[in-house]
Design a protein around this ligand. Structure first.
Ligand code: SF4
Ligand code: SF4
Length: 340
């Protein structure tokens, strides 16, 4: 394999997925903050120390086209299809008052995305009794979340807790501030898997209530970062630098680099990332090899998956990148070989 991969000639997926509004807070009819969540997964072991409950929040400020949770790119509920369950009965087509659904040549339900991506009522889902279509995204209040955490707490042991992922887990500001404060109050260990691409004052405030921060560093060059994610890396790098320098926060920062072939796996980018980490006083990094586990979700969202032909990096290639980081003086974990 080449040691200096060719840069990929493809752009971010802003064209495929609408960008999120900056104000991403939701509330219920009683005026309480609610979180829009697309998955809650018990017994997670890769999202922080011990056994954990991982909560996947809707919405993200970045648009990486390798994202393995593309339903999390929407800061709203979104319709997804499950073709294997669909019998092509057409009930959903008849139920939709906006002409948003049709039956495809394959005989399964096919949403017209220009219409369905703006839908808020989802009459089609009510009409389907085969689960051929479903809504990603459900609102939870703080009390409902605490009930789930109390239920799961017995499985966490002494080292586990709650992890927040997404999407960008910290985008729903009011909800996350309130929920993380509550977790801190009753000593629930918390991790976030964040882009750190958030307003600086809010980021530092909310992280005060978090124990572990996994931060994704996609590329050190702001222009290349923008090309592949839709945004510059400046906010991310500045926020992590400020966090690493804080004396009043005792948490752990674990930087993660998703290794995307042809995007960020050059020797130069590895060395630049290592230099940044050393400069801000961090001594470890976690390299995560690209995988295609999210592919079927792109189909369910009616979007193209541009990495369909991409082969995940081989073990020896990951070891070579690991060696670069170790040679730069960092502790380097590959894949899920993290220190927990
Ligand atoms: S999605 Fe459900 S209602 Fe629509 S055609 Fe398929 S089975 Fe019928
Ligand atoms: S999501 Fe809304 S617009 Fe689309 S088919 Fe269902 S009801 Fe119609």
């Amino acid at each position: 394999m080449s040691t200096q991969p060719q840069e990929k000639q493809q752009t971010n997926c802003i064209d495929l997925f609408p960008l999120n509004p900056e104000d991403n807070d939701h509330q219920n009819a009683q005026g309480e903050p609610v979180g829009l969540i697309f998955n809650i997964q018990g017994h997670s072991v890769h999202d922080g120390p011990g056994a954990r409950t991982t909560v996947f929040m809707c919405g993200c400020p970045l648009r990486c086209n390798w994202c393995c949770n593309p339903e999390g790119l929407f800061a709203r509920k979104v319709l997804m299809t499950k073709s294997k369950s669909c019998i092509g009965c057409g009930r959903c087509v008849r139920a939709c008052p906006r002409g948003g659904m049709r039956i495809s040549a394959e005989g399964t339900a096919e949403p017209i995305r220009e219409i369905c991506d703006n839908c808020t009522t989802f009459e089609c889902v009510e009409a389907c009794y085969k689960e051929g279509i479903y809504i990603s995204g459900k609102e939870y209040t703080i009390s409902e979340m605490m009930r789930i955490f109390r239920r799961d707490r017995q499985f966490w042991g002494s080292t586990g807790g709650v992890s927040f992922s997404g999407g960008e887990p910290l985008m729903q500001k009011k909800f996350m501030l309130a929920l993380l404060k509550k977790c801190k109050e009753i000593q629930i260990h918390t991790c976030v898997e964040t882009t750190a691409c958030l307003a600086p004052a809010y980021f530092q405030e909310v992280i005060s209530y978090v124990d572990w921060v996994f931060v994704d560093l996609k590329h050190m060059d702001p222009e290349v970062h923008k090309k592949y994610t839709g945004v510059s890396n400046k906010l991310t790098l500045d926020n992590i630098r400020t966090l690493a320098a804080r004396k009043d926060w005792n948490g752990i920062i674990m930087p993660r680099i998703p290794i995307i072939p042809g995007v960020n796996d050059s020797d130069e980018n590895m060395v630049a990332t290592a230099n940044y980490l050393k400069d801000i006083g961090l001594d470890a990094v976690n390299l995560l090899p690209f995988h295609r586990l999210g592919e079927s979700k792109y189909r369910q969202l009616g979007r193209e998956y541009v990495y369909a032909e991409e082969v995940p990096p081989a073990h020896d290639y990951m070891q070579r990148l690991q060696k670069i980081m170790i040679d730069q003086g960092l502790i380097c974990y590959v894949g899920w070989e993290t220190p927990f």
